[in-house]
Design a protein around this ligand. Structure first.
Ligand SMILES: [Zn+2]
Ligand SMILES: [Zn+2]
Length: 228
């Protein structure tokens, strides 16, 4: 009896830890998610300098983490610039939505606009789609499709701990820009309304740039989203 209670409590204590790094001159957030099994996923590997790559690698080593998957919210160059480093060091390819094709096919062209040096950019090893489940350790993330900022934009939801990782779809007090290739304002608003604002107010929103926020805060305060 006491043993089964112990097991029950232990299972319920499983938590996903979220480590945030801010990398490259565009100040892009890279997230490392890990649970007590030490398996981890890396979301948006944005490291672009040796010191940033070392910081990411040291964190993984010091915490004894085992990177299982490399996921991208979308394939804008500031979010994928560190993918090759993860591929080289942990022997895992990256996974993204198939509709982001333009961005990996033209990575060097887009990179040169922002002064990122990219020669050959790899293709995803797996395409993620709306409704997919991402499993690592004893944890699970749901994939939802949220275009508008860029084709191929997806968010990762953990319903148990109530958080969502949104890339550049939504920011604290702002929304993603829609003036870049494949951007579309109406589509972005629809994505936020149908996929993000249907979550409970206490969901924490981890953004692609800047601080985290909550669904409730943005519903109440975000001037771009009044009355949607
Ligand atoms: Zn972006
Ligand atoms: Zn970005």
């Amino acid at each position: 009896m006491s043993f089964s209670i112990f097991v029950f409590l232990k299972i319920n204590n499983v938590m996903i830890n979220i480590k945030t790094f801010v990398f490259n001159f565009i100040q892009t957030n890279t997230y490392v998610l890990y649970d007590e099994t030490k398996e981890c996923v890396i979301i948006d590997s944005a490291c672009n300098e040796d010191i940033e790559r070392e910081e990411l690698k040291n964190f993984i080593t010091e915490h004894g983490l085992l990177p299982k998957r490399l996921l991208n919210t979308h394939c804008h160059v500031d979010h994928v610039i560190g993918n090759q480093f993860i591929i080289d060091n942990y022997n895992i390819g990256y996974e993204a939505h198939a509709d982001g094709k333009l961005f990996w096919e033209m990575a060097s062209e887009f990179g040169s606009v922002f002064n990122f040096k990219i020669n050959d950019f790899p293709k995803p090893v797996n395409f993620l789609k709306h409704g997919d489940k991402i499993n690592f350790g004893v944890s699970e993330l749901d994939v939802v499709y949220t275009p508008g900022h860029a084709d191929g934009s997806i968010c990762f939801i953990n319903r148990k701990q109530k958080f969502i990782i949104v890339g550049d779809v939504l920011f604290k007090d702002s929304i993603g820009r829609t003036d870049l290739p494949t951007g579309n304002y109406d589509v972005l608003i629809k994505s936020i309304k149908n996929q993000l604002f249907t979550l409970d107010d206490d969901f924490i929103v981890y953004t692609g740039h800047g601080p985290s926020t909550t669904i409730g805060y943005e519903k109440k305060n975000n001037q771009f989203l009044k009355g949607i």
